[in-house]
Ligand binder design. Sequence first.
Ligand SMILES: NC(=O)c1ccc[n+]([C@@H]2O[C@H](COP(=O)([O-])OP(=O)(O)OC[C@H]3O[C@@H](n4cnc5c(N)ncnc54)[C@H](O)[C@@H]3O)[C@@H](O)[C@H]2O)c1
Length: 265
Amino acid sequence: MTREFEGKVAIVTGGANGMGERVAHTLAQRGATVVIADRDGERTPLVEKEIRDVGGDAHGIVVDVTDEDQVRSLVHEVSDRFGRIDVLDNNAAALELTAEDPDLAALETSVLMGTLVGNVVGPFLCTKHVLPRMLAQGGGSIVNMASVSGMLGETSLSAYGMSKAAVIQLTKAVAVQYGKYGVRCNAIAPALVMTRNTTEWMPPEFKDVYLRNSLTPYVGEPQDIAEVVAFLASDASRYMTGHVVPVDGGIAAASPIVADRRDLG
Ligand SMILES: NC(=O)c1ccc[n+]([C@@H]2O[C@H](COP(=O)([O-])OP(=O)(O)OC[C@H]3O[C@@H](n4cnc5c(N)ncnc54)[C@H](O)[C@@H]3O)[C@@H](O)[C@H]2O)c1
């Protein structure tokens, strides 16, 4: 096991569930001090304990990343306790709203506003408050969680798609504005990844649709994303910034008629 994050400090927002949880485990296994920043007051201490039980250095902080005062306190606390912040994984999102996110004409404005706050304002605030620390120490890596829904049109998930397109633009702005000062910023665009988000809020048929349109014989698991977050967070990717990396079973690479052609034999 490589320990490329030894001496480094990482904040993982939404680290108490799903992909964020796997990212927290993975970075800790590879030597990082990991801060699990999540609003889930039950799961945050549990994930902290699970990581500590296997020898990792994890610290759970219950926080709502859409609240600027809470984000300011989070960043102060992490800086005071650990002296630096090397990695920010902007992973948390308001996924509970995806169940109420249909086509545009049927989309409630309140759902759009809630989605933008949860999916864009949260990453913006964390970035805004972490940046001064990264700039003061000479650099850092920010990894944002976008989605293929932020790159391609969808029949539903209208608010979600708009919010993830904004996350992609946030990524490029950070890369351009702070790259010369050592701060890199990249985004990951997953397609379907099996987490509670996909099992609790998406109709079960979605999995079959994604599977049919994937070029791989499987859909994604949280560890598939955690591996790419770890790569983008580490110095192994030091020449990459401002990009969106699809981790999607090839969905965004394929012609839209591939699945139908395959069915024709
Ligand atoms: N699962 C997928 O298929 C999929 C696909 C593409 C992109 N994504 C993106 O990946 C990320 C993680 O998704 P997941 O499926 O692991 O979700 P999840 O629901 O399993 O976990 C999300 C975590 O974020 C936390 N959270 C949400 N809002 C928060 C807030 N305001 N403050 C603090 N914590 C907050 C939740 O408590 C939860 O622990 C999200 O950005 C999502 O949009 C997911």
